[in-house]
Design a protein around this ligand. Structure first.
Ligand SMILES: [Zn+2]
Length: 292
């Protein structure tokens, strides 16, 4: 049953949403959070609350509107989720046209746009007008993993609600234990050993991948500094042996290239890219960058 209680614990956000719902709810909100933080469930629950027919706590989960919203068949609820695709101006025009029509069932119409950071500038400009002066019945919920990528003109129309970042799914110690054999194999120039170590990384959930890739990058930074003879406290003391070995095996130019490559991967993982195959791609590219 759709309800705020069914969402993962985030009391501050639940309270501020409930407060807003008991008054004049803003017509455009921006819900931001990391990939994997459940943005879709939160947005759907807020949409159900806006459409709920109950006079009491909304969403009640039991009325016809709540059930239609939960099943994704509410005629006044549009959910746009194009994954990682660019959201173009024709989509924005469609949303505008849809919102020019009064609602079917009740007195509200809700449009959810997921991954709003993928709206290209033309699409954002096309949406701006309706976000600035929406019809009284129209509500917009934009979700974004990277809210900063939205145009300031759009952001200024939105009331912000942010999910707390999810706790890391893996501790630094666990991550270091997984990364040590990986870096050992990389320093030894052993592609087969690297692939074997990558299989262990592959089993970690996506949220943990962000931590893993972040620590891997920190170890590479330590290796670059060591290769250049810079005396400094390592970022990853648990992997300093591996960083030292890497600094001897691979030139600092290549290590820097590997460091930048992980930046790209981190961006992809945080943008919701599937984790399957990520560590294998990482491994073959990392080997190529370091040795070929
Ligand atoms: Zn309801």
């Amino acid at each position: 049953m759709i309800s705020f209680d069914a969402l993962p614990d985030n009391a501050p956000l639940k309270n501020s949403l409930k407060n807003a719902l008991s008054g004049r709810f803003p017509q455009t909100i921006l819900l931001s959070g990391d990939a994997g933080s459940g943005l879709a469930e939160w947005a759907k629950t807020i949409a159900a609350a806006l459409l709920c027919e109950s006079g009491a706590a909304r969403p009640c989960g039991a009325c016809v509107s709540c059930r239609k919203a939960e099943q994704g068949v509410h005629p006044d609820l549009t959910i746009v989720d194009e994954g990682e695709n660019e959201l173009k101006v024709d989509l924005a025009r469609r949303i505008k046209a849809e919102n020019a029509i009064v609602p079917n069932d009740g007195d509200r119409r809700v449009t959810v746009i997921h991954h709003a950071q993928n709206l290209n500038p033309a699409a954002q400009n096309a949406l701006l007008k309706v976000l600035e002066e929406p019809p009284g019945y129209a509500f917009f919920i934009l979700t974004a993993e990277q809210p900063d990528a939205l145009l300031q003109t759009v952001r200024s129309r939105c009331v912000d609600f942010a999910l707390e970042p999810p706790k890391s799914a893996i501790s630094d110690e666990e991550a270091s234990a997984l990364l040590a054999p990986y870096l050992d194999a990389l320093a030894a120039g052993r592609e087969d050993g690297l692939m074997k170590a990558a299989l262990a990384l592959e089993k970690t959930p996506r949220r943990a991948l962000l931590t893993l890739f972040g620590l891997l990058q920190a170890a590479l930074r330590d290796a670059v500094l060591a290769a250049n003879g810079v005396q400094t406290l390592p970022l990853m003391p648990a992997l300093s042996k591996q960083a030292a070995a890497l600094s001897r095996a691979v030139s600092s130019a290549r290590l820097l290239e590997a460091y930048d490559f992980i930046d790209v991967l981190l961006d992809r993982v945080s943008r919701n890219a599937a984790s399957a195959g990520m560590t294998c791609a990482l491994t073959s590219d990392l080997f190529r960058i370091c040795y070929l």
